[in-house]
Write a protein that binds this ligand. Structure first.
Ligand code: P6P
Length: 338
């Protein structure tokens, strides 16, 4: 009846984070303040993405970003919104954005103890055709009380305190882990609040989907080619896996997290380190996968063990259901021995 239509135990992301914070009596709420600024940035970008088609924000801004990609106006806007929100939070000291070639060192008067790495609008090549895109972020604590230096963001992903993404699709979904599991929140536009809709997400141990750009098949190495072959022509009589590839990492990873399966962006002859960026694509998504009971592998090692040398460096990535990634690891181990 009508009462059921209106849930009254609204667990908003703000309440959720404050509950988490209460588990750490020593914390002074800095993290909660930082997160509220990230959430504000996501709400703004969500509104901008939803009216992009109408506001003629679509189309090239005429400049190109460090990746040599045509920079669309939404990219520029999203990056500015997040940089301003993070600096004004007064809780950050270093920012690394996919859109900025150099790391941003926050002015001393506004500095806090957190370092945030982020891709303000990942999948931007999909903006014009309405495919889901997203913001991806990871949060480190500055190394022991030092000055804000580049080494503070060149830490392995396992040192992250938190990671998450916000997907701008049919609904606006914010997925977050602060190191004790993964939770999903959906924006209720009538309240302007993210409501807990996916508590304690766990990825299925094994999946029926593989997600890769088959157009790169001619350049794959042996183990990747063997794994994909096995997905399509299983030898043990099990059904072939389905291929789902959206080409927007946030959308492909979100589907993998909820439905299971494996997402790959392997190395290939053209790009020996693959395409995806370590700090603000590989690490946050790997962090979430491990927190949800899955895993993430680079072809050589556990993705979160990687120690980045440069802020925009790339790595191959195989992430998703635990058992599926185990199969890929076995194929790479076998090649090592051969
Ligand atoms: P490809 C989008 O440009 C992106 O950075 C990720 O979101 C996505 O997973 C990948 O690139 C898609 O790359 O080469 O398959 O088009």
């Amino acid at each position: 009846h009508a009462a059921d239509a209106f849930r009254t135990d609204l667990m908003t992301i703000t309440r959720f984070v404050l509950n988490e914070q209460s588990k750490h009596p020593e914390s002074r709420g800095d993290f909660s303040i930082l997160l509220s600024h990230i959430v504000l940035g996501c709400k703004f970008v969500c509104a901008a993405v939803n009216k992009a088609g109408l506001a003629k924000l679509i189309g090239l801004a005429g400049e190109t970003n460090v990746q040599g990609e045509e920079q669309k106006k939404l990219d520029v806007l999203s990056n500015e919104v997040f940089v301003k929100a993070l600096v004004s939070s007064g809780r950050t000291c270093i920012l690394v954005s996919e859109e900025d070639e150099e790391a941003i060192i926050v002015e001393p008067s506004k500095r806090g103890k957190y370092c945030v790495v982020f891709d303000p609008l990942d999948g931007s090549s999909n903006i014009d055709c309405g495919v889901s895109i997203g913001t991806i972020f990871g949060i480190y604590m500055i190394k022991d009380g030092g000055e804000a230096r580049l080494e503070d963001v060149l830490q392995p992903g396992k040192n992250m305190l938190a990671a998450g993404y916000c997907m701008y699709g049919s609904s606006c979904t914010f997925v977050l882990s602060t190191g004790s599991g993964v939770n999903g929140f959906t924006l209720d536009p009538s309240l302007g609040e993210f409501i807990l809709t996916h508590p304690d997400i766990k990825i299925p141990k094994k999946g029926k989907i593989y997600s890769v750009n088959e157009g790169n098949a001619k350049n794959w190495d042996g183990p990747t080619a063997k794994f994909v072959e096995k997905c399509k022509f299983p030898k043990d009589g099990s059904p072939a896996k389905s291929l789902r590839y959206i080409g927007s990492m946030v959308a492909d990873v979100h589907r993998t997290l909820l439905y299971g399966g494996v997402f790959l962006y392997p190395a290939d002859k053209k790009s020996p380190n693959g395409k995806l960026r370590v700090l603000y694509e590989v690490f946050p998504m790997s962090f979430l996968m491990e927190q949800a009971g899955g895993q993430s592998f680079t072809g050589k090692e556990r993705a979160l063990d990687l120690v980045p040398k440069k802020i925009h460096e790339r790595s191959p990535i195989f992430l998703g259901s635990y058992d599926d990634v185990e199969e890929i690891k076995a194929l790479y181990a076998a090649e090592e021995k051969a």
